[in-house]
Every structure is written in structure tokens, then in C-alpha cells.
Ligand binder design. Structure first.
Ligand code: GDP
Ligand code: ADP
Ligand code: 5GP
Length: 205
């Protein structure tokens, strides 16, 4: 049976990339989708690892070619999810995480109603700003822009299936992992994986 598609959204700085990175280190059955973006590359980021960094023209070409499962404008830049990469990873029986904004989440939910969506909240706005500043990857202007958008992004929390509050990192990581583990134990998926064993156990002689 194919893997499950998970959508994770949060305001910038809430900790989604840190949580997803640790989750994938811990559980090899989960993979993150690498988005394409037109935003400038940050120090420490690598093309093809964190994102596929594209010019606006190349991004537009991919839209025209129908390469994106979803795409959206976030903080003046474009972001999009590759349709073919997601499909092939799911077909390889891996769970796929899309770290996307609420606009992308709405698009994916319409296309794939079985997708499971998770929203991550920071414990406070003050802590969110502290994390964005502490990360040291963005200018004060960019941080201000992200803080300005944080409340309107968070107002979409109630469109999601699960909510994780990233106060203590290790607790949040366990809570996030538990959602993935519970999904794997769902009857449909367990039956697909263990059909022979279950049939043997439940056969009348
Ligand atoms: P970060 O959230 O601080 O790590 O900042 P990024 O610049 O990496 O991401 C900015 C925003 O773009 C976030 O809200 C992401 O959820 C969103 N985003 C990233 N990739 C995608 C994508 O492929 N599609 C969509 N729709 N949004 C994306
Ligand atoms: P996002 O991907 O949501 O923008 P990041 O994963 O880049 O967020 O996290 C933003 C910053 O906050 C990083 O410097 C990260 O180390 C830090 N951070 C993440 N989670 C926590 C936490 N629970 N407590 C303290 N700092 C955190
Ligand atoms: P950053 O530029 O800080 O890496 O990401 C900023 C925001 O863009 C994050 O909130 C992130 O979730 C969102 N984002 C990243 N990739 C995608 C994507 O492929 N699609 C959409 N819709 N949003 C994305």
C-alpha cells in the first residue's frame, strides 16, 4: 500500500524544519518533499537539499508545464511542490511530508482528501520573534515581514487535523512522531501490509 501524505504548516520560525529534520533522522519510513522556491538561498542552505532554488522565469515555466501539485506566493516569493517527486515517493511506500503554507495546504486537501494535516504553533509571539532572530538567517526587514504575517497564518490553524505546540522541542517531536505512528497502525494500512498473517490468524478450520 502506498504511503500517506502529511501536510505540516506553521508560521515561519515556529520550528517546523527543525522538527521535520529530527523526525526523518528518527524514522526512515518518512521523507520530506523538497520544494522549489524563488527566494534567495540562505547561508548554510544547499540547492537540491533544502529547496530547489529557481529564477522566477524557471518557476513560471514549471507552473505552465503543470509540474506542481500546488504552488503559492508566500512573503513575496513563490513556493511549489513537485507533483512527480511526491507521487514516486508515495509509490515507494514512504510517508511524505510537505512543509507548506496554509494556501498550499488548502490546495492539497482538495486534490488528496486523505492527506493528514498538522499545524505547529509557537508558545508565544515573543518566542517566535526570538527564534527568528536567533536562527540568524534573515535580515531584520525579512524577520519583520514574517512577524507581520504570523498572526494571519496562525488564524488558519482550525483547518488542520492535528495541532502541535512547539514549546519544549523534545516533547513536540514525540507528539509529532505519535501522529505518524498512529496513522501506520490504521486498520486499512495494517491489513494491506499483513494480509497473509491476518488471514491465517482469523481463518476458521
Ligand atoms: P521558514 O518557514 O522560516 O523555514 O521559511 P521558508 O522561507 O523556508 O518558507 C516560507 C513559507 O513558504 C512557509 O510558510 C512554508 O510553509 C512555505 N512553503 C515552503 N515550501 C512550500 C511549497 O512547496 N509550497 C507552498 N505552498 N508553500 C511552501
Ligand atoms: P521554521 O522552519 O518553522 O521556520 P526552524 O525549524 O528554522 O523554523 O526554527 C526556527 C529557530 O527556532 C531555529 O533556530 C531553531 O533552532 C529554533 N527552535 C525550534 N524549535 C525550538 C524550541 N522548541 N525551543 C527553542 N528553539 C527552537
Ligand atoms: P522559508 O523561506 O523560511 O524556508 O519558508 C517560508 C514559508 O514558505 C514557510 O512557512 C514554508 O512552510 C513555506 N513553504 C516552503 N515550501 C513551500 C511549498 O512548497 N509550498 C508552499 N505553499 N509553501 C511552502
Amino acid at each position: 500500500m502506498a504511503g500517506t501524505l502529511f501536510i505540516i504548516s506553521a508560521p515561519s520560525g515556529a520550528g517546523k524544519t527543525s522538527l521535520v529534520t529530527k523526525l526523518i533522522e528518527r524514522d526512515s519510513r518518512i521523507q520530506a518533499s523538497i520544494s522549489s522556491t524563488t527566494r534567495p538561498i540562505r547561508p548554510g542552505e544547499e540547492d537540491g537539499v533544502n529547496y530547489h532554488f529557481l529564477t522566477t522565469e524557471a518557476f513560471q515555466q514549471k507552473i505552465d508545464d503543470g509540474d506542481f501539485l500546488e504552488h503559492a506566493k508566500v512573503f513575496d516569493n513563490y513556493y511549489g511542490t513537485s507533483r512527480s517527486a511526491v507521487e514516486s515517493t508515495l509509490a515507494a511506500e514512504k510517508d511524505v511530508i510537505l512543509e507548506i503554507d496554509w494556501q498550499g495546504a488548502q490546495q492539497v486537501r482538495k486534490l488528496i482528501p486523505d492527506a493528514i494535516s498538522i499545524f505547529i504553533l509557537p508558545p508565544s509571539l515573543k518566542e517566535l520573534e526570538r527564534r527568528l532572530t536567533g536562527r540568524g538567517t534573515d535580515s531584520q526587514e525579512v524577520i519583520q515581514r514574517r512577524m507581520d504575517d504570523a498572526v494571519s497564518e496562525m488564524q488558519h490553524f482550525d483547518e488542520f487535523d492535528y495541532l502541535v505546540i512547539n514549546n519544549n522541542f523534545d516533547i513536540a517531536l514525540n507528539e509529532l512522531h505519535s501522529i505518524f505512528m498512529a496513522t501506520r497502525q490504521r486498520l486499512k494500512r495494517q491489513y494491506a501490509e499483513h494480509a497473509n498473517m491476518i488471514n491465517e490468524l482469523t481463518q476458521q478450520n
